[in-house]
Design a protein around this ligand. Structure first.
Ligand code: FMN
Length: 314
């Protein structure tokens, strides 16, 4: 897979996910074979203001592979200043979020609000390109709502302005996460553009990945919900009970290294819930972990669970 003359070792990527794609989760996904991973979305306004907390989102782990920084914003000047800032952290690619449907983000004219004005988006991408020598990509939805499906117009505008990749999550802003992702939109976008097109949406199994690549002809895929608690999907295999929980503990260990024990243990709860989904007696495991606030407590609860429910080898 090649993006703007830069080579990647594969075409299965970890999607940007606010609240999830931190260093620890990305590192685990890289270990299982993710070819590229994205940060959580990062506010251009906050970067330009110099917010320490926002700069923390640009931190990278020692073991990480190629990383994309995802930015959100609405003003071309602010976005290009942010692009200059993040370029000095040498990501593989810089992505602009044009798909977020959260009201707080839309109110500022960012995220999916950018889909309403293709000319403005063209100017933004152009100024991003002028601000860096790194590749620029955009991540979009099919349109604002069912009456304004415009992903092809948007994709072409970005390509003309110099974008090196377009990712499509084929639902409208109005749909949020409801209904099914319209993979045929991805196929249509692939036919319309020369730059690589990445498909996102409803990819939960290795089978889904094969199906979307065959059905749409897209160049790469981005996994989001299907990777939470399931980084094994990047390796194309199903884990046993023991491997699931030991991987979760590895993730916790990495998280502690980068954000401290208390914060890491708290943030890990939603991940552990996903890792343990479908395991025997998993609701009791989750209940036991609710108050765990140190690595030692996690380890004790997990070890007891492993001896009671999981075989020695899997
Ligand atoms: C918890 C969560 C957070 C997300 N945060 C972002 C984000 O920061 N930027 C973005 O472009 N998309 C974000 N998305 C959308 C995903 O990247 C992806 O396009 C979407 O979930 C569809 O893929 P899926 O069906 O495989 O989950 C988020 C999705 C979820 C579930």
């Amino acid at each position: 897979m090649i993006i703007a003359d830069k080579k990647l070792k594969g075409n299965i990527f970890l999607a940007p996910m606010a609240g999830y794609t931190d260093i620890a989760f990305r590192t685990v996904c890289f270990r299982f074979g993710a070819a590229l991973a994205f940060t959580e979305m990062v506010s251009c306004e906050a970067l330009v203001r110099g917010s320490r907390k926002t700069f923390d989102l640009l931190a990278r782990g020692e073991e990480e592979g190629p990383l994309g920084f995802q930015l959100f914003g609405s003003d071309a000047l602010t976005i290009s200043r942010a692009v200059r800032i993040v370029s000095s952290h040498s990501p593989f690619i810089i992505d602009l979020n044009c798909g977020c449907s959260v009201p707080k983000v839309l109110k500022t004219g960012s995220g999916a609000a950018l889909l309403k004005d293709p000319e403005k988006l063209y100017r933004i991408v152009l100024s991003m390109k002028e601000s860096t020598s790194l590749p620029i990509s955009i991540k979009i939805r099919s349109g604002w709502d069912a009456n304004s499906i415009n992903f092809i117009e948007i994709g072409k505008a970005a390509e003309e302005a110099g974008a090196s990749m377009v990712t499509l999550h084929p639902r409208t802003r109005a749909q949020g996460f409801s209904g099914k992702a319209e993979w045929k939109h991805i196929a249509q976008l692939k036919k319309a553009l020369k730059v690589p097109v990445t498909g996102s949406g409803d990819l939960f199994t290795t089978e889904d990945i094969k199906r979307i690549l065959d059905f749409t002809g897209c160049d790469a895929v981005m996994l989001a919900r299907g990777a939470i608690g399931n980084p094994f999907i990047f390796a194309g295999r199903l884990p046993g009970c023991r491997e699931k929980l030991l991987t979760a503990m590895e993730q916790l260990k990495i998280a502690i290294r980068y954000k401290g024990e208390k914060r890491a243990c708290k943030d890990m709860r939603k991940h552990i819930a996903a890792y343990s989904k479908g395991l025997p007696d998993s609701s009791r495991l989750r209940n036991n972990l609710i108050r765990a606030s140190s690595y030692g407590e996690y380890q004790k609860i997990i070890s007891e669970y492993l001896s009671a429910h999981c075989s020695k080898t899997t």
